[in-house]
Design a protein around this ligand. Structure first.
Ligand code: 13P
Length: 249
């Protein structure tokens, strides 16, 4: 049985007070024990979030980290700084990092290694742009993203990897991939893992869908065989919406 996961990527939202209110609201809910629930606040709110959630099953992830472990990287945050505040999970490869901050598959392969060596778990994001889907290149794009960033890893390293397929055209647009489109891509991703590694690993890796998941569409998307949960942007900023999505399995 694969882990079922709902993760909230808060992006550059929620200051100290907003973080405190949202986490205090989330703490009040009864939570299904079988679902892993994760929130990814901004760097400046990580320590506060770990502290606030210490008696809760919700865990805290960072939204990014630097490739290097220390040194002359003004304005950057290292893996050990994350671990130092109790964060053992990091989101890497989000499309906004790729498009706005020029991260590519090779940079990401390096970041994945840095994170793995430090014993971190990774939510690895990837997905095609609208033109790539329109021109029927979406499978090839996803294959390249995974091959270049992840397929040199050992089988053992995959126990620290969660995949998040986020078609760029569905992020923050209100346009979700249909459950069939999500299922088709997730099954394809699993087939790639099977081809490069083995069936056992392909069946074990959790693959989340991200892109305009809301309380109204989560159940249908999560009911698909190869969809193991969601990476939620906008709807994770509201406690009722986020918990409705958690309860949509
Ligand atoms: P939205 O849910 O706002 O579309 O964002 C998805 C996302 O980018 C999660 O990482």
């Amino acid at each position: 049985m694969r882990d079922q996961i709902v993760a909230g990527n808060w992006k550059m939202n929620n200051d100290q007070n907003e973080t405190q209110s949202l986490l205090n609201e989330l703490k009040k809910y009864n939570k299904p024990e079988k679902i892993r629930i994760i929130v990814a606040p901004a760097f400046t709110q990580l320590s506060q979030s770990v502290d606030l959630l210490k008696d809760d099953i919700i865990t805290v992830a960072a939204q990014n980290m630097n490739l290097a472990v220390s040194g002359a990287h003004t304005g950057e945050i290292s893996v050990n700084m994350l671990k130092g505040v109790g964060v053992n999970l990091v989101v890497l490869g989000h499309s906004e990092r790729r498009s706005l901050y020029h991260e590519n598959n090779l940079t990401l392969a390096g970041k994945v290694n840095t994170a793995l060596e430090a014993g971190m778990e990774i939510i690895f994001c990837f997905g095609e742009q609208l033109e790539e889907r329109k021109s029927n290149r979406h499978f090839n794009v996803v294959k390249e993203q995974l091959s270049e960033a992840l397929f040199s890893l050992s089988v053992a390293a995959w126990s620290q990897i969660i995949l998040a397929y986020e078609p760029v055209w569905a992020i923050g647009t209100g346009e979700t991939a249909s459950p069939d489109q999500a299922q088709e891509m997730h099954a394809y991703i699993r087939s790639l893992i099977q081809e490069h590694y083995n069936e056992n690993l392909a069946q074990k890796v959790s693959i989340l869908y991200g892109g305009s998941v809301k309380p109204g569409n989560a159940e249908e998307i999560f009911s698909m065989q190869d969809v193991d949960g969601g990476l939620i942007g906008g709807a994770s900023l509201n406690s009722d919406d986020f918990m409705a999505i958690v309860n949509a399995f």
